[in-house]
Design a protein around this ligand. Structure first.
Ligand code: ADP
Length: 221
């Protein structure tokens, strides 16, 4: 049930987060309705989304008129106005919108949204803060926490790796990390890791426990 080409998404609140979600969805072929009550925001996005409407989303009749229940997904990207976020979300739930994605600006906000019944609560600032902490600790190019005990990271190979046995089994046994793929000097991504030989400038994707990845990266990458 992925957001695929042709799906329709309503984004309520077009601040920095909502805009970024809406524009990325447009770039990937979705039909996007954006709603915000600030005139200058609506103006600036006018030709960039499928529809942009200036409206106060806390008024249920506004959402009804926009046919909000017809959308495949609805994103509530109102953050700092806590009361609006909660009012809009609870109305969407009452109206029967099933696929709601709501942004939380704090843990407490997230708890309230979850208790209301929102299954997809996202914490953009908290998550980005954590990600940046991992990026700088391991000097990584990318870091994505997949599960509490598993992450994927992207890092550049350096000459420090030359003495390391990169056999997947050995590597995992010794360091708790696996190389999942690598980018060679021609820019190609490779998954064939037999007889892997990395040269400085190659880029690797590592998988494993977040701390194991950081230990490995700060030692060898
Ligand atoms: P960000 O940090 O992503 O910029 P904000 O919470 O500051 O998020 O921005 C939320 C956006 O939602 C703002 O553009 C604001 O105008 C809009 N917004 C807030 N309340 C409502 C509402 N009741 N109806 C429509 N838009 C709203």
């Amino acid at each position: 049930d992925n957001v695929s080409e042709g799906s329709s998404v309503a984004v309520i609140g077009l601040g920095r987060f909502g805009q970024s979600v809406a524009l990325e969805l447009m770039a990937n072929g979705s039909e996007v309705l954006g709603i915000d009550d600030r005139e200058e925001i609506v103006q600036s996005l006018n030709n960039k989304l499928t529809h942009v409407v200036r409206a106060n989303a806390t008024h249920p009749d506004v959402l009804d008129q926009l046919g909000i229940t017809d959308f495949d997904r609805v994103v509530v990207a109102i953050g700092t106005h806590l009361e609006s976020s909660i009012l809009v979300t609870s109305y969407l739930l009452r109206a029967g919108v099933e696929n709601i994605w709501a942004k939380a600006v704090s843990d407490q906000h997230g708890v309230i949204l979850q208790q209301l019944g929102v299954r997809n609560v996202v914490f953009p600032e908290k998550d980005m803060g954590k990600r940046v902490a991992h990026l700088l600790q391991g000097d990584l190019k990318e870091f994505i926490q997949i599960d509490t005990n598993y992450a994927l990271a992207m890092a550049s190979a350096t000459e420090k790796l030359s003495g390391v046995n990169l056999n997947p089994h050995e590597l995992y046994k010794k360091y708790g990390v696996a190389i999942n793929s690598y980018r060679d000097s021609s820019g190609q991504w490779n998954h064939d890791l037999e007889n892997l030989h990395l040269t400085p400038g190659n880029v690797v994707i590592l998988g494993g426990d977040p701390q194991a990845i950081e230990r490995f990266a700060s030692k060898f990458l």
